[in-house]
Design a protein around this ligand. Structure first.
Ligand code: FPP
Length: 261
């Protein structure tokens, strides 16, 4: 409680973030996998009478800061919901702006991500990306593949139900081909056919902008994930807000359906 009160005081935000970082390191377990539904770019732009794409551009800066924070805290997997399958229905100008931002983010950040030890993976239906965005994705994935410090999963053109449908089809094909018996289908067989096959499930899921929804993100994987709903709009979310969410996570008792200790 005291931490949150301190974080709202007038002390410089960077030193508050560093203070929170020092405390969360001694305070308890760091979540291995943090997933974030980045929401509120449009409202952030509207509050400033700016066009929506400028909200997304500011959101890109927040991505940079949160990656930095995850590295500092020692998070091993960071999953960011950057573009949902439903987002294809937005106006063409906004979709075009988001694709260009993805290219720009990769072009700007690829060397630093490589040097920082970040392995980038892009998960979703990538067949719908523009050729230029697809090339950028291939580049960043290839150039960072050997890194091990932090795995950054960017979910693009992703929907959890579509991911599950894809996994069920793969299971059905294996059964039809005679390489899998129906009785062999269990949790592990399903998880192995998801985009996240080699990732642990998220320990902490953050959603920004005050909305209280999951919006078709990682439905299978978040069965026992701790949820943290932040009122902060995504472009204003930074290291300090990430560390506050981790401090809150550290105070939770995770029981996985068992009785408390
Ligand atoms: C939701 O805000 C956000 C998105 C649909 C896009 C997220 C994109 C970024 C954070 C920037 C680019 C990211 C990368 C990795 C390059 P919204 O538009 O739904 O906001 P609103 O609910 O306030 O309208």
């Amino acid at each position: 409680m005291r931490l949150v009160t301190a974080a709202r005081s007038s002390v410089h935000p960077e030193s508050l973030a560093d203070e929170l970082l020092a405390r969360l390191r001694v305070h308890g377990a760091i979540p291995r996998h943090v997933a974030i539904i980045m929401d509120g770019n449009g409202r952030w732009a509207r509050e400033r009478l700016l066009p929506r794409p400028l909200g997304h551009r500011s959101g890109m800066k927040a991505v940079r800061e949160v990656v930095e924070g995850a590295l500092q805290a020692g998070v091993e997997y960071l999953s960011l919901f950057a573009f949902s399958q439903e987002n294809w229905q937005r106006p063409a100008t906004e979709v075009g702006a988001l694709m260009s931002l993805l290219e720009e983010y990769i072009a700007r950040e690829v060397s630093e991500l490589r040097e920082q030890g970040v392995r980038v993976r892009v998960l979703g239906d990538l067949s719908r990306l523009t050729p230029a965005a697809a090339r950028a994705v291939e580049r960043v994935v290839g150039e960072t593949a050997a890194n091990e410090k932090l795995t950054l999963n960017l979910f693009i053109s992703y929907g959890s139900r579509a991911e599950l449908v894809r996994a069920m089809r793969a299971l059905a094909e294996d059964v039809a081909a005679g390489v899998l018996a129906p009785s062999d289908i269990d949790d592990a067989a399903i998880a192995a056919r998801l985009y996240t096959a080699d990732c642990p499930d998220p320990d902490l899921l953050i959603r920004t902008s005050g909305e209280l929804r999951i919006s078709n993100f990682l439905l299978w994987q978040i069965a026992y994930t701790e949820l943290f709903m932040s009122p902060v709009l995504w472009p204003d979310f930074g290291r300090r807000e990430l560390f506050e969410a981790i401090v809150a996570y550290q105070s939770r008792e995770r029981r996985f359906g068992r009785v408390s200790a």
